[in-house]
Design a binder for this molecule. Sequence first.
Ligand code: BGC
Length: 455
Amino acid sequence: MSKFASLLALLAVVPSLAYAQSPVYGQCGGIGWTGATTCVSGSVCSKQNDYYSQCIPGAGAPGTTVAPTTAPTAPATSAPGGSPTTGSAPSAPSSTPAAGNPFTGFQVYLSPYYAAEIAASAAAITDSSLQAKAASVANIPTFTWLDSVSKVPDLGTYLADASAIQTKTGQKQLVPIVVYDLPDRDCAAKASNGEFSIADGGAEKYKDYIDQIVAQIKQFPDVRVVAVIEPDSLANLVTNLNVQKCANAEATYKASVTYALQQLSSVGVYQYMDAGHAGWLGWPANIQPAATLFAEMFKSANSSPFVRGLATNVANYNALTAASPDPITQGNPNYDESHYINALGPMLQSAGFPAQFVVDQGRAGQQNLRQQWGDWCNIKGAGFGTRPTTSTGNPLIDAIIWVKPGGESDGTSNSSSPRYDSTCSLSDATIPAPEAGTWFQAYFETLVSKANPPL
Ligand code: BGC
């Protein structure tokens, strides 16, 4: 062998020496990633976002296109709409919304994306009792996050599937989505920074994102869509204008959310703007300015009745009704979501916005876990919470829902990531954690084992 040939041979083996294969659920790619780009046998490297690719067990893992036929059949009992009406033909949509709670009478469509994440995750659990509980989470309706333009075609797939289920069974279907792609997203934190920037034409790109969603929805007028609009964005405008990125984004956020509200109203989507949570906008100094802003946004959408109200506690950990105030809430009379909603509702009403609410309880099963109320990242010891239902016991609340897909990370604890937020390394955060939105197996297993009520 010549020197040249032996050098080539050496170069050929270098990559495999330098980069071992990533383990299941390990990182295998993304901007700034210098580690292994292949996965151990039995898992595939699946792109989750520009910053993060992850080794997912099997081949049909999330991140790849998942056939809608793999969706489990939604059990009527777990749907927020309660027992769906059987045998009745789906009613045609109209530009006039049906009066009352948009969840009533509908079965909530189960996200095939989340179902695939759960299936892959459950397969990796060896304890059979935990495995069965984990697998059962796929039957609990959870919102689908359209957190990038590339996810929008999935919506069309799900709507087609929901429409087919509806035709076959006579059970009216509701597809729950989160609209989440503002330019300069997550302006006061880093973990969920998105794909668009204001400086790079993000406002126009956002309109195109909304137009694509609208185009999908238009094709399936028989399926009801409920949307949570842009988690954290407007709340950041209430309290975080001292952050340069938020101050810079204020006008764009307002114009972009207005565009979303108007366009989605035009195709009959029932919408709830994200309103932070009790420990954020529920403070006495923040709640009136919040009511003023949300009423302004409602009016900017021509007071459309499809702008049904507000969503609270999205991806957060607060109780709907705390047995007693968590010590970290001290000083805030609105120490849980019920108090917050009961205080905010009348303020909105007097500002001209007769808002109804939905409340995320997906990860609120365990309480008194945090060091500070503002902590939001992969809180240790959290458990799945109250199941989605329209039996809320509060006339202001349309439904308890699960918005954050439990098991998807809130943010990475890797301090070298461009999206590293130090909140994700606090003592009450679970570490090590992968990038926001990607699967976090250890965290999911805790949510399952600590579920309250139990799974
Ligand atoms: C992430 C999104 C993800 C969502 C749901 C957010 O924190 O930024 O990418 O879709 O959580 O897991």
